[in-house]
Design a protein around this ligand. Structure first.
Ligand code: ADP
Ligand code: MG
Length: 596
């Protein structure tokens, strides 16, 4: 048999490696910004075109490269940052794998311009898909400029996989924020399609946080400072009243490198226990300094996941020091004498497991009919307080046809409200239990979608316009959405870099929900959800429906109950809420017969 194993040519190996390092334009941004920091730049400019799909360029005033190094830098495993395996245990720089430039150059067109202080002229190099095109001498300031154009031009599948410009820009901004927070002594500029997004002058950490997240952040921050032999912690947490519904401003840095860690995030969350509801997320900017030998940053190619030698101690120390600072700044409730004193001595804290996140208790044996067989129907509904009842995740077992015939039967049928949560009604085959909130979300969602699509949305003018404050990029994002928002009934304008004024809202919406609506819209953009086919209109309709729908706990009049039942079964997809939760379930006569 003949031999069948080949060594892959370099450009193919680089393309494969690129898949790991470069998922989207934001990955390029991260690598280039990190290289600029490693090159000791004090001013870094990030230029983006079309959410980075056309151009990502980083210009720095760092140490630059010699002509030979400039050529070398695009080779795989070419790095100036480590020389032997032992160096891996004392990494001081952001990069060290020597993979980024080779990977990026394999899947884009790259222009590199660079000059060292000691040289009078610099070097300009053009590379396309790992192929060296040409090199020239060029007059250029000391430092480096790398322009990455047409990302994924030779991997159409990856290009198609990219999300909307809004989403990709959000990812880029996230990367910039992480690096800018870790390096407040560096000046950053960011331009998107020639518009300035950020100008962050050299500053201290607090000013940097305010520069990024807006002036309103200033009064929210509580400083954290803790020094122990295994870790030093500095940074800020936001006071509990500023915690958010969505995970937003949560930043952990280890030795000045942004990391993601669900475990340590939990430690902070536990420090806020009792101060915020479990549905809220605290905001924090925490910097951990640990000995380089006690942390392994090598486990993930993009280096946002790390492994700690003494994770449990870190957990305890973080939890205790955040709790302590919240208390000191008078934001914790009066001392709790019942608390577990072991939490106050975290340094001996070795084998304590983190407490579990609270789960919703569902009593699967709950049977509303138990012991009530002799009671009349009415007595089942009287005296019911707002208690939790189990929700069924089974969907109704109707055919569409059956449903239709049932909807007609609703008109005359009396309905009942159960636990201020479900609307109960008899149907041909037995009984139906409708979740009042989910059903109403479905009804409003389809209604908003139709009105937005046919341009029939109605606006209620606000007597007193409401001003809302966001950070700069978020205001830009809302302006991008303006057409779709207006088609749903909103009227608003930008009045300052960080402020909008809302003058009108969709007629079904409550004034009290305005702030939350905008917060959720912005937060959803930052998340990496696959976008639905309808895109933004769909998303706006979903969030509007969610915020305007009748909540669980609200008592409904007979008329309201009947309206919901009838409108739900007039919907195109009555089975689930806009986010896919089951709207109703049924119990058939057969099932009831079996029980009796
Ligand atoms: P790594 O950062 O892991 O070393 P990269 O592929 O990102 O690998 O970069 C390769 C090398 O190119 C770096 O080690 C550095 O010597 C050089 N380099 C890259 N970007 C810059 C820059 N902006 N300024 C100076 N040198 C740079
Ligand atoms: Mg690098």
């Amino acid at each position: 048999m003949s031999d069948i194993i080949n060594l892959l040519p370099d450009h193919v190996a680089n393309q494969i490696a690129a898949g790991e390092v470069v998922q989207r334009p934001a990955s390029v941004v991260k690598e280039l910004l990190e290289n600029a920091i490693d090159a000791k730049a004090s001013i870094i400019k990030l230029l983006i075109k079309d959410a980075g799909k056309t151009l990502v360029q980083v210009i720095d005033n760092g140490i630059g490269m010699s002509t030979t190094d400039a050529r070398m830098s695009f080779e795989r495993h070419a790095t100036s940052k480590i020389t032997c395996a032992e160096d891996l245990f004392q990494i001081q720089t952001k990069g060290f794998r020597g993979e980024a430039l080779a990977s990026i150059a394999a899947i884009s067109h790259v222009d590199l311009k660079t000059k060292q202080e000691s040289d009078s002229v610099g070097t300009l190099i053009f590379i396309e898909g790992s192929k060296f095109i040409r090199q020239e001498s060029v007059a250029t300031p000391t430092g480096t400029s790398i322009a990455v154009k047409n990302l994924f031009y030779n991997i159409p599948a990856r290009r198609n996989f990219l999300k909307s410009d809004t989403v990709e820009t959000r990812h880029i901004i996230n990367e910039l924020q992480r690096i800018a927070l870790a390096h407040p002594d560096v000046t950053f500029f960011m331009y998107h399609n020639d518009n300035e997004v950020y100008h962050l002058p050299e500053s201290n950490l607090k000013q940097r946080i305010v520069g990024i997240f807006g002036k309103k952040t200033n009064e929210k921050l509580v400083p954290i400072l803790e020094k122990t032999p295994i870790v030093s912690i500095t940074g800020y947490v936001a006071k509990p009243e500023f915690s958010k519904k969505k995970r937003g401003e949560q930043f952990f840095f280890v030795n000045n490198r942004f990391i993601k860690t669900a475990y340590l995030n939990h430690a902070v969350k536990m420090a806020f226990e009792g101060l915020i509801s479990s549905a809220h997320h605290p905001s924090y900017f925490l910097f951990l300094e640990v000995p380089t030998s006690s942390v392994d940053i090598n486990i993930h190619p993009t280096k946002t996941e790390v492994k700690f030698e003494n994770e449990k101690d870190l957990y305890a120390i973080i939890r205790a020091s955040v709790k302590h600072s919240l208390g000191q700044y008078n934001v914790a409730p009066i001392l709790d004498f019942n608390r577990d004193a072991s939490f106050d001595t975290p340094y001996k804290y070795k084998d304590v497991k983190p407490s579990e996140e609270p789960k919703i208790k569902v009593d699967s044996n709950f049977n509303p009919f138990e012991n009530k067989k002799t009671s009349s129907w009415e007595s089942l509904y009287s005296d019911i307080k707002d208690v939790d009842v189990p929700t069924s995740h089974e969907s109704g077992d109707f055919t569409d046809e059956e449903l239709f015939s049932q909807t007609e039967k609703f008109s005359g049928v009396k309905t009942q409200q159960l636990h201020r949560k479900y609307i109960v009604s008899t149907i041909k085959s037995g009984m139906v239990f409708i979740h009042q909130n989910r059903a109403h979300q479905r009804i409003l969602y389809e209604d908003f979608l139709t009105k937005m699509t046919v341009g029939e949305a109605t606006t209620q003018q606000l007597l007193i316009p409401i001003q809302l404050q966001f950070d700069k990029p978020d205001v830009k994002l809302l302006i991008e959405f303006r057409d779709d928002l207006e088609s749903s009934g909103f009227l608003f304008e930008q009045i300052e870099d960080e402020k909008i004024v809302v003058k009108g809202i969709p007629s079904q919406m409550k004034e009290t929900e305005i702030d939350r609506f905008f917060q959720e819209l912005i937060a959803d953009q930052a998340e990496d959800f696959p976008q639905s086919n309808f895109g933004q209109v769909d998303q706006i309709a979903k969030i509007l429906a969610k915020n305007s729908a009748i909540r669980v706990g609200k008592t409904l009049t007979q008329k309201e109950q009947e309206n919901i039942v009838n409108s739900l079964f007039n919907c195109k997809e009555p089975n689930t809420s806009p986010i896919g939760q089951v709207c109703f379930t049924t119990i058939t006569i057969n099932e009831i017969d079996k029980r009796l």
